[in-house]
Write a protein that binds this ligand. Structure first.
Ligand SMILES: [Zn+2]
Length: 284
């Protein structure tokens, strides 16, 4: 598509994830280049009998597969990376950049589905730049607190201006892992001028602010102290900070921990390897 001056226009096409929870997938297109930001899945709702997962309609990408230069992943939640193995069966993505934990979880998924040869995964760190993947879309990325460790905001430097995509985020001033929202870098982009801000966070329309993850510690500490027998704790497998708090409390109250569930074992193993979860291997 071109405008009246015959210059290419920037297209931003959300294929999923707007006004819904799940299947976050966003397409950026300029000239003959397409880059993707995240590719998630959604879980079926009550009426979807026999359906295991829900994916966005990828017809547009199948038809324009020759333009795809790569993908940037903001974080490792299923609704941001869960669709990638399915899409790789339909088209190749030359390179996927993302935070270390997301890339580590994704590597397993691609191996399980037998599509790891259809892309190259590259872990990147906050404040790193990715300039060589596409002529029209150099990026820089910065740290963003979220319920899973290792989440990014992405600044995409398109020929028409900077587009900021925040990914999912929580502005937590006392984050469990000490990874603060890089508001300084966000402000720098603001001062230089931003063409478009794409920002979406669960409950963003509810007034007030979400308490820090740290605030659950005193209540859990009291429960750990008062409980006489076994203690069962449930949480999302991807809530790495919450799991870290629980393991910290188990250590403090000298309790052994038994982990149940495939996702829980998987995420804990990857997060421990990368140092996001710290606990001794032996009983204490
Ligand atoms: Zn998320």
């Amino acid at each position: 598509m071109t405008n009246s001056d015959n210059q290419p226009t920037l297209k931003i096409i959300p294929l999923g994830g707007l006004h819904e929870i799940g299947k976050n997938t966003c397409v950026f297109e300029y000239g003959d280049e397409i880059v993707l930001l995240d590719a998630g899945l959604a879980f079926p709702t009550e009426g979807m009998h026999g359906v295991n997962i829900v994916l966005p309609d990828m017809t547009y990408l199948r038809e324009n597969r020759h333009k795809i230069k790569g993908m940037i992943v903001t974080h490792g939640h299923e609704d941001h990376i869960g669709g990638i193995p399915y899409h790789l069966k339909q088209f190749e993505i030359p390179v996927i950049y993302g935070p270390r934990l997301a890339m580590s979880l994704l590597r397993d998924k691609l191996e399980e589905t037998g599509v790891s040869d259809r892309t190259t995964l590259k872990s990147v760190l906050p404040r790193e730049n990715c300039a060589h993947w596409a002529a029209f879309f150099p990026l820089n990325i910065f740290a963003t607190p979220h319920s899973i460790a290792d989440s990014f905001t992405v600044a995409i430097h398109t020929p028409l201006g900077v587009v900021i995509h925040t990914g999912d985020f929580k502005i937590d001033h006392t984050p469990v892992d000490g990874e603060f929202f890089d508001l300084q870098r966000l402000a720098e982009h603001g001062e230089q001028g931003v063409l478009c801000l794409l920002s979406d966070s669960t409950n963003a329309e509810v007034p007030g602010s979400t308490p820090s993850e740290r605030s659950v510690y005193p209540n859990l500490d009291r429960i750990f102290y008062q409980a006489k027998g076994r203690l069962m704790v449930t949480t999302f497998a991807s809530s790495v900070h919450r799991i870290n708090l629980i393991l910290e409390l188990a250590q403090k109250h000298q309790r052994k921990v038994a982990v149940v569930g495939r996702s829980m074992l998987n995420v804990i193993a990857h997060a421990r390897n990368l140092g996001y979860i710290k606990c001794p291997r032996r009983p204490f």
